[in-house]
Design a protein around this ligand. Structure first.
Ligand SMILES: [Zn+2]
Length: 307
């Protein structure tokens, strides 16, 4: 039995945003994290990944090693775990290649033993984060569907999956665009070609849909969220179990008061604080992107999602 299954009474619940990158997950994550009793952390699967962290800045404005929040969280865990070994396990299990194994549980006994150890660590990591942030709900927008399975099925945490979907033409245009990340000292963010982006988009939608087999699931279109951000956030928070009228941090339908957070990865929106307006990003329409044969290949999914 994992530690996660042992201590469920004190465990935080996780609202997990799954889907493709550049679907608007950072701003949805931030908007949800402004609610009372909730904290936003963006892409939590990179907390242990040194190739990101060695050059990244916490969204509170300092390096991770100088941030008191992460110093306390990781310091407490370093007393109980070999963080280097956990980083290696993160590389093994936080990857889309593990999707089928994590969904079905079909794996060797040795792999299952390593997975249980990593899941035990992850459960303790989220408990430590919730305790230090003084919240009962954590927003994790790692987007990889396998991470949601790890948290729910193997770490034993309470997870609500939010499958965030956005028009694939907008996603492709965003990955082609030059964008700078203040967390990478102003370096350009990664760009990907059209074919790769659309293949990943399709896989992530199918894999995110599969999460409903294992956990509470809700699908949200980015375009609907941008049209009614307050309404969508209230709906998600209520579905995740908050009773009564949730205090969401919205000051009107479109503006939300974003608190300072301790996020180690995500797009530049993770540095925004104060009252921030949420507006639909449809700049991609001006470039009239053509996705060629992909229009046919993605047709079953785009019809399903109303694109
Ligand atoms: Zn910080």
């Amino acid at each position: 039995m994992t530690l996660g299954q042992d201590e469920t009474a004190n465990d935080p619940q996780i609202i997990y945003i799954a889907g493709a990158g550049r679907s608007g997950s950072t701003i949805l994550d931030r908007a949800l994290g402004a609610a009372e009793g909730v904290a936003s952390f963006n892409e939590m699967h990179v907390i242990l990944t040194p190739e990101y962290l060695d050059r990244q800045i916490c969204s509170c404005g300092v390096d991770r090693d100088d941030c008191p929040f992460w110093r306390d969280v990781l310091g407490a865990l370093a007393d109980r775990y070999d963080l280097e070994a956990m980083t290696q396990l993160s590389h093994r299990f936080d990857t889309s290649a593990m999707m089928l194994a994590l969904l079905t549980g079909w794996m060797s006994r040795v792999t299952r033993r390593d997975l249980d150890l990593y899941a035990c660590f992850v459960a303790d990591l989220y408990r430590e984060i919730a305790k230090r942030a003084k919240v009962g709900t954590i927003i994790d927008s790692s987007k990889i569907p396998t991470r949601a399975l790890l948290l729910k099925r193997y770490a034993g945490l309470r997870v609500h999956a939010i499958h965030l979907v956005r028009d694939p033409r907008a996603v492709a245009a965003s990955w082609l665009r030059k964008k700078k990340d203040p967390g990478l000292e102003g370096q350009a963010m990664q760009r990907y070609p059209l074919n790769r982006t659309l293949l990943v988009w399709a896989f992530r939608q199918v894999a995110s849909e599969a999460l409903r087999i294992r956990m509470p699931y809700m699908r949200v279109r980015y375009e609907d969220f941008a049209k009614s951000p307050r309404g969508i956030v209230e709906h998600i928070v209520k579905e995740a179990g908050q009773q009564g009228s949730p205090n969401t941090g919205f000051v009107n339908e479109f503006e939300v008061d974003l608190p300072t957070i301790h996020s180690l990865s995500g797009n530049p929106d993770r540095f925004e604080t104060g009252v921030t307006a949420i507006r639909i990003d449809d700049k991609w329409k001006a470039s009239k992107p053509s996705i060629g044969v992909w229009r046919l290949l993605l047709w079953p999914l785009t019809v399903r999602y109303g694109y």
